[in-house]
Unconditional design. Sequence first.
Length: 196
Amino acid sequence: MITFTHTKLIVSDQSGDVSLEPIVMSGLVLDIDQLRTLAPSHSVRRASELSVTPAPGPEGVDIDPEDPVAYEVFEWTTGAAPTDLLCAVTVLYAGPDPAQPFHTRGHFHRDPDGGEVVVGLQGNGRLDLLSRAGEVRQIALGTLIWAPVPPGWAHRVTNLGPAPLVFLSTCSVAVGHDYANLPKESWVAISERGDR
């Protein structure tokens, strides 16, 4: 369960962290078990889909011990029009060991003008960004850290802690995911940097 009260929102961008006015969030409670029953859409990604060596999975998640759950996504939309919003809560589990952290499946958006916002709710991680020209940017992601995904940039989230990383993301329902135009080798430069 995640509960926030009297907390400050921190904006993180490529030039550094910028504090905003304090924002009081009270009564926000996130219960992962409830999400599994309440979310209109629920999807699961396994380690085999991420090219990660399997390891024991998170407690409380029904898994195949040979192919553990890497992350779960719970989605809601405000409608089906291109101007409507998609909101998702992702639970990204810890990887088999610190040298092999789990990450979400990296992608571009099908709509090249479509951006996204990611807000950390619990845990410790990183938003990895990759431009079509090969430029790499990384933004620390933690509790109530806000991170923008600019239009035209591929992105993925990596869990750098021992506990699940939970984050909220929102974008237009029309942006879509483009996995085909991003070879897995594109993330090698980020992985080899070893930034933690």
